[in-house]
Write a protein that binds this ligand. Structure first.
Ligand code: VG1
Ligand code: CO
Length: 543
């Protein structure tokens, strides 16, 4: 067995987006495609020699063969050791935890997250740093630059190793430790939440449904909710991870998790419902007959986190992505703690968490997490909600009503327009950006524009600047429109329109969000000329 140096040529388009490199699976399976990118990862971090990495993925199609390739490349690049989840499977938060727990030099996660999987669907690869968090922009830029000039990569010609057997094996001089993907993560959850109280709640008849959407969280949900907490068998649905996610689109939102929504709004709804995405970092929370928007979920978690043992000392601060509603800011202000507004994507939270400035972070895209790892974490959010329910002894609907009564309600919705021709989407955004300087003071739909800009972020820890992170149009009454193009898609462009309007209460706190937001929605369409540029009037997905 030898470490071979294999000649290659650059492949265009290997630019990581919001969360790693995502492409159609056949593209990733093409000659040298994965190899070039993995070599670029190793080169961008100063080489793999002597280093220890974590490796795992969400189990989608090509996950297993990709893992073998990555292991052989790590060995040929001189890595000392790789810790792999059994079957090459790890949820994203579990991978983040293993990186930190074992003090490794980082990890490679094979996932296209909420994108569908299968031979004709999506595959992805991302690198997380030694802190457990997604590589920052400077590192992903370096990876991309290397893919544009790459001439060779290194890979062992050793045979495949058995990733289904837990234990230690050697691969061309490199140690490979195949570990239980669930155990350490489940222990971490047990250290943060009051499992005794949760067991008592389930023993007293509390019912829930957790839809794993045939993706990676099935085994995690079954171990934690059913085995450790005593929830009834069958609490976890779609609990067997499948390479094509059983044809499901593993994006936990009301559109794609409609089975769960139907059940939670039906006659025999359980007390609590939740769903997670392909790689386990997202969560959707639903009460009996009530959907909790992710922005509200972050605010409720921030307001109540101290009820869980892991957060009993309170929070240092709360961070949210810019398009996420300001509901969490109101809680931060009331608690007198720091609040931070970052660009979209979890990589921007890492510095705030490492510096101890923020304890909780969240995005409107069904992502919430804390400083226990450096990724968003679906099951963590579900368990924090359960812990809050166990302490407060109230329903989700009661908790939401109390929250809005206290803080007012930030009505919020995101409208996605998918698979738009890229040139049309780009033209629309360019025109919108060009119009920004003239918008201040303009009256539209009975509202006045107070400010309009393209969000730029200066990281308060390392001073790095990220510009052009999304157009913001702010109104004098606190309403807001944000527009940006997705950085995780693999087909055309996806336009995301984020809509927000504040109601202070006590009246008007229980409207339907789409109705409450109607004037803001009309203003967004008019200001951006969405129909004129894209031909679209109705969004493909509303969350
Ligand atoms: C989307 C979400 C963003 C999230 C990212 C990765 O990015 O909007 O909030 O961090 O997905 O989530 P974009 O660029 O498509 O808007 V995951 O669970 O797909 O890793
Ligand atoms: Co995800």
């Amino acid at each position: 067995m030898t470490a071979l140096t294999i000649a290659t040529t650059p492949i265009a388009g290997q630019k990581p987006g919001t969360s790693g490199l995502r492409k159609k699976t056949p593209v990733f399976m093409g000659p040298h495609y994965l190899n070039n990118f993995v070599q670029a990862i190793f080169d961008a971090i100063g080489g793999a020699a002597g280093k220890t990495f974590v490796l795992g993925g969400d189990g989608r199609y090509f996950n297993d063969s990709a893992a073998q390739i990555i292991l052989k490349m790590a060995a040929a690049n001189g890595a000392a050791r790789v810790i792999v989840g059994q079957g090459a499977v790890l949820s994203t938060p579990a991978a983040s935890h293993l990186i930190r727990l074992n003090k490794t030099d980082g990890g490679i996660i094979m996932s296209a997250s909420h994108n569908p999987g299968g031979p004709e669907e999506d595959f992805g690869v991302k690198f997380n740093m030694a802190n457990g968090g997604p590589a920052p922009e400077a590192v992903t830029e370096a990876m991309f630059a290397i893919t544009e000039t790459i001439r060779e990569y290194r890979m062992s010609d050793a045979p495949d190793i058995d990733l289904n057997a837990i234990g230690r094996v050697q691969l061309d001089g490199m140690v490979v430790d195949v570990v239980d993907p669930v155990a350490d993560y489940a222990d971490l959850m047990e250290s943060l939440f009051d499992f005794k109280a949760l067991r008592a709640m389930f023993a007293n008849g509390f019912t829930m449904r957790f839809d794993a959407m045939c993706a990676v969280t099935g085994p995690y949900g079954i171990e934690i909710l059913e085995n450790r907490l005593g929830a009834a068998k069958g609490t976890v649905t779609h609990g067997t991870p499948l390479p094509d996610f059983g044809g499901m689109h593993p994006d936990p939102n009301p559109t794609w998790a409609h089975e769960l929504m139907d059940e939670m709004f039906g006659a025999d709804a359980p007390d609590f419902g939740a769903a997670s995405d392909g790689d386990g970092d997202r969560n959707m929370v639903v009460g009996r007959g009530i959907y909790v928007s992710p922005s509200d979920s972050l605010a409720v978690l921030a307001a109540n986190a101290h009820l869980a043992p892991g957060y009993a000392r309170g929070l240092a601060g709360v961070a949210r992505s810019m398009p996420t509603s300001a509901a969490a800011d109101r809680v931060a202000d009331a608690l007198g703690i720091g609040k931070y507004e970052t660009p979209t994507g979890w990589k921007f939270f890492g510095n705030l968490l490492d510096a101890g400035k923020a304890t909780l972070c969240g995005e409107e895209s069904f992502g919430t997490g804390s400083d226990h790892v450096r990724e968003k974490d679906g099951l963590w959010a579900v368990l924090l909600w359960l812990n809050i329910l166990a302490v407060r002894q109230q329903t989700v609907a009661q908790i939401m009503a109390d929250h809005w009564a206290k803080y007012g309600r930030n009505y919020y919705s995101r409208h996605d327009f998918e698979a738009i021709a890229t040139d049309k989407a780009d033209a629309m955004m360019a025109a919108l950006r060009a119009s920004l300087p003239s918008l201040k003071g303009r009256q539209i739909e009975g509202m006045e524009i107070a400010a309009a800009d393209d969000f730029a972020y200066t990281d308060p820890v390392d001073g790095s600047v990220s510009a052009r992170q999304g157009v913001r149009i702010l109104f004098t009454d606190g309403a807001r429109i944000v527009m940006r193009l997705s950085g995780t898609g693999t087909e055309g462009a996806t336009l995301r329109v984020y809509l927000e309007r504040y109601a202070a209460g006590p009246e008007g706190l229980d409207h339907d969000p789409q109705q409450a937001l109607a004037p803001v929605i009309r203003a967004a369409h008019e200001l951006a000329g969405i129909e004129g540029y894209t031909g679209r009037v109705t969004p493909d997905v509303i969350t």
